[in-house]
Ligand binder design. Structure first.
Ligand code: NAP
Length: 331
């Protein structure tokens, strides 16, 4: 395993387990036994940080992580990263970083996870209807009470971070970043670099497109978000699959897999603290060694960029995931 420090958290594994799919919601459901086995397998493979959120399955993912933690010796428990600042009603999700919401959510998360503090606490999405500095100060007070250890943000642009920094330091910014989603390179990543804010990359496998197992025949069922993700709709789906195939051929030439290349590309980014790997079945993590113990050189990076330019004429980001800016008045 490779490690990074995130503020006071030392030796955090650079691959983290993401548990959105474990919550089931927007991923067509999940199986609790598989999910718990996945968390335990991650720990055996050297992954020592788990990323979750209250909204993943509306509490379900945090509860499952809590169950898995209770079955582990305390000394082997991973760092826990969870999130705050989203509310939901009737299956719809809204941004809410008002102080009362933040104070309520932390207690709900601690209860579901069955732990006495959260190691890394991300504001899930910027709430432009709330005061950023006030939200940051509220989180500082939760830190002073010992409920959280490090304050972080997610999906924050430079202007959002600038405001937030008036109330608290930022230990990390969790952002969409993978071979197919590189929008943060324009402004957000340079801002983070300048302010020494490490990146936690989500969607490392681009929702399975970079797993090496995605095919044109794959059917998505139920509420699986890939039914609405524009990358998985014609004609773009075939562009991304063609890019994945060309990247796989490059990876094979280097003696590696597509999944290994996708993760290695992230791990070799200088500003990266962790790459989040979403898995819900233990066998999905067995390819982990494919990402470790090698590096891409500048010629490899150039070839990768060439492949992306050639096969993806109309790139699209993960904007479709963003919760609405407005929330109902009575929420
Ligand atoms: P991801 O890691 O890019 O892809 C996850 C999907 O890839 C899995 O559900 C699985 O799909 C497939 N996969 C994983 N390992 C595989 C393997 N070995 N072989 C074949 N397929 C494999 O996607 P993500 O879950 O969106 O992102 C990772 C994590 O980032 C999330 O779990 C969450 O913790 C975090 N996240 C945060 C935000 C935010 O706003 N902060 C947003 C999105 C995600 P199937 O199980 O369907 O096969």
């Amino acid at each position: 395993m490779e490690y990074a420090d995130i503020a006071s958290l030392h030796q955090v594994s650079k691959i983290a387990l993401g548990t959105w799919a474990i919550g089931g919601w927007m991923w067509g459901g999940s199986d609790e036994r598989d999910a718990i086995a996945t968390i335990h397998r991650a720990q055996e493979l050297g992954i020592n940080i788990i990323d979750t959120a209250p909204v993943y399955g509306f509490g379900r993912a945090e509860e499952i992580v809590g169950k898995a933690l209770r079955q582990m010796p305390v000394s082997q428990r991973p760092y826990i990263a969870t999130k705050v600042g989203l509310n939901w009603r009737d299956g719809k999700v809204y941004r809410d970083s008002r102080p009362a919401r933040l104070r309520k959510e932390v207690d709900d998360s601690l209860r579901r996870l069955g732990i006495d503090h959260i190691d890394l606490y991300f504001v899930h999405w910027p709430d432009h209807q709330s005061d950023f500095a006030e939200a940051a100060q509220t989180l500082e007070s939760l830190r002073a009470q010992g409920k959280i250890r490090e304050i972080a943000v997610s999906n924050f642009q430079p202007a959002d971070m600038r405001e937030f920094l008036k109330g608290a330091g930022i230990a990390a910014n969790q952002l969409p970043y993978n071979l197919f989603e590189r929008d943060i390179e324009k402004a957000t990543l340079p801002f983070c670099r300048e302010h020494r804010i490490p990146i936690v990359a989500y969607g490392a496998l681009c929702r399975g497109l970079l797993s090496g197992k995605m095919t044109a025949e794959r059917k998505f069922t139920g509420d699986d978000l890939r039914r609405v993700d524009p990358k998985f709709q014609a004609p773009r789906f075939s562009h991304y699959l063609a890019a994945a195939e060309a990247l796989e051929a490059l990876a094979a030439r280097l003696g590696h897999s597509l999944l290994g290349l996708a993760l290695r590309w992230l791990l070799d980014q200088p500003d990266l603290a962790c790459a989040l790997w979403g898995a819900r079945r233990p066998e999905q993590l067995e390819n982990l060694p494919e990402a470790l113990g090698w590096h891409l050189d500048s010629e490899n990076f150039r070839e990768i960029d060439e492949i992306l330019q050639k096969h993806i004429p109309d790139p699209v980001g993960p904007e479709f995931m963003a919760p609405p800016e407005e929330r109902p008045e009575d929420l």
